[in-house]
Design a protein around this ligand. Structure first.
Ligand code: NI
Length: 171
């Protein structure tokens, strides 16, 4: 497993339509493992494979009481409702915006074993699923804003690391 570099806007891979995964083989399982590790480290609540430069239809999402769940070839069965959410994206660091998302969603796809699975999401999980599936179609949340003026700058957190420097106070 490895933490992979997250591609940021305007990397062209973020605009590609990702390809269907024909079979969940060892390479796809490895990709999922890397995506899980990468989203945990970010930290984030969801990640799509194009965000680590792999144009395949694979997403990972943080599901309450389950943890990070992978979905291969996710397809929206139905969705509905409208909620105004605050949203950001690991590929667009330094910004957030309010936008409208569905309130509930039903998705089907394959799990990491290649079995067909269905997943229902409400509220935040519906928002995350819609956001990550958008990534597979080359769509970013900024495309859903009426205007780029809606973007709000946010400070980018600096990693906190323990440093053993001579400047550290020992007295
Ligand atoms: Ni995103």
């Amino acid at each position: 497993m490895a933490i992979r570099t997250i591609r940021t806007f305007p990397d062209p891979v973020l605009r590609e339509k990702a390809k269907q995964v024909p079979v969940v083989d060892e390479s796809v399982k490895q990709l999922i493992n890397d995506m899980v590790e990468t989203v945990k480290a970010a930290p984030g609540v969801g990640l799509a494979a194009p965000q680590i430069g792999v144009s395949l239809r694979v997403i990972v999402v943080d599901v309450p009481e389950k943890g990070i769940v992978a979905l291969v070839n996710p397809q929206v069965i139905r969705k509905g409702g409208a909620q105004v959410c605050e949203e950001g994206c690991l590929s667009l660091p330094g910004y957030k915006a309010e936008l409208t998302r569905c309130v509930w969603i039903r998705v089907k796809g394959m799990d990491r074993e290649g079995n067909e699975v269905r997943l229902k999401g409400r509220d935040l999980l519906a928002q995350i699923l819609e956001h990550e599936i958008d990534h597979l179609n080359g769509v970013l949340y900024i495309d859903r804003l009426e205007s780029k003026d809606k973007l709000v700058p946010v400070p980018i957190p600096v990693p906190i690391e323990e440093k053993a420097t001579s400047e550290a106070s020992t007295s």
